[in-house]
Design a binder for this molecule. Structure first.
Ligand code: ADP
Ligand code: MG
Length: 274
């Protein structure tokens, strides 16, 4: 993105302005910021659902404002919505998995093969004949993500994919995201409102009042103080717990920001009471 501005319709203030951003293939990026700051707009720009009103967005060399590039951009960049109900269109899970590939014009044998692969990879076999709209929230979001991934986009955009799920559904989707992050061939851009999810990415963008105001590592972000409260961001619970434990004499290394990291630090042979 180069000096990107986005103004919706006749709105007086732009939803995004002055955005300069380069994302390399294979990066895992978290995007955070208060509601209304422009996070969803940023993702929409990345897969040509909207085009900038100023500046330019280029995906893999394709300028998104060039109408003839739109489908090539969407083929490369898949978007998962916050609400899976807005994404799921088919009457069965297996049809849902095939739907996007049919739109891409893939050959039926190729589609069948990829559907089977997706059913196995995301443990959806037992749901294959079920109606997507009757599944649990976590299952729906898993189907939505599997359907987008079956199209093999180079980049996956996730817009608060767990915010409407209960704790169990969130864990289901987390497990899936964990797997994606370790796949270095995929670029993942993940908008999240959960501080605990930030530490799972290597780079974090803060969007505030239509601007990207921070672009660095989660560790750097959580070292900040006033800025965090100005941007309405909380530290992950694990960091607060780590601080309490440190104060109580436990040797917890700095920078621990996830529950897994905390468990590792407390495992026998590490940390423990000083
Ligand atoms: P976030 O995802 O961070 O909550 P959005 O990107 O959805 O933020 O919205 C950024 C701003 O753009 C908000 O002020 C919102 O009201 C406005 N906006 C978003 N979508 C539209 C739209 N389709 N038409 C007009 N204004 C919009
Ligand atoms: Mg949003």
């Amino acid at each position: 993105m180069s000096d990107v501005t986005l103004t919706y319709g006749s709105s007086a203030t732009p939803a995004l302005r002055g955005v300069d951003l380069t994302i390399e293939a294979g990066e895992a990026i978290a995007v955070v910021g208060p509601s209304g700051s422009g996070k969803t707009s940023l993702l929409r720009l990345m897969n040509a659902l909207v085009v900038p009103t100023g500046g330019r967005v280029t995906v893999d060399g394709l300028v998104t404002s060039d109408e003839s590039n739109v489908w090539d951009v969407r083929r490369r960049v898949g978007l998962i919505f916050q609400n899976p109900d807005n994404q799921l269109v088919s009457t069965t899970v297996e049809r849902e998995l095939a739907f996007g590939m049919e739109n891409l014009g893939l050959a039926p044998p190729e589609i069948r093969e990829r559907v089977e692969e997706a059913l196995v990879r995301f443990r959806l076999q037992s749901l294959r004949h079920r109606a997507p709209h009757r599944l649990s929230g976590g299952e729906k979001q898993r189907v939505a993500i599997a359907a987008v991934l079956a199209m093999r986009p180079a980049c996956l955009l996730l817009d608060e994919p767990t915010s409407l799920l209960d704790a169990a559904g969130r864990r289901e989707v987390w497990r899936m995201l964990e797997e994606l992050r370790t796949d270095s061939s995929k670029t993942v851009v993940h908008v999240t409102q959960f501080p605990d999810e930030i530490g799972l990415s290597s780079r974090v963008l803060v969007v505030f009042e239509g601007q990207v105001v921070f672009d660095s590592t989660p560790e750097r972000l959580f070292e900040l103080d006033e800025e965090l409260s100005r941007w309405c961001l909380r530290r992950p619970a694990a960091m607060d717990i780590a601080r309490e434990l440190r104060d109580a004499g436990y040797a917890i290394p700095k920078g621990v920001s996830t529950l897994d990291g905390l468990v590792d630090a407390l495992a026998p042979g590490h940390g423990g009471a000083a």
